[in-house]
Unconditional design. Sequence first.
Length: 108
Amino acid sequence: MPLARFAMLIRGPGYDPAIHRQVLDSGAFATTVVCMATFEQALPVARELVDSGIQLIELCGGFSPEQALKISEHLGGRIPVGVVRYAEDEQRRLAGLFGFGSPDPGVV
């Protein structure tokens, strides 16, 4: 089945996934964007999205690859879950923005 329903999860202070969400639907393809403040909020949101027919979840750079793996495991591997990746030079700046400390190159 071709990809027709995609979701992007965004993490940022003050976001509430019950309020901060939007669906962009062309009739042929739908993108759901859900914003949240914490990783813990992502787990039930991801399950809800998959249960509603989402086929792929991508996480913003505010999530780590380890968190992407935890979400995938939480979903039982039902769909692909990925995280936006940045070049090594950009990872250091990203780490500072999200308070990750010094990431291992190639991890974020």
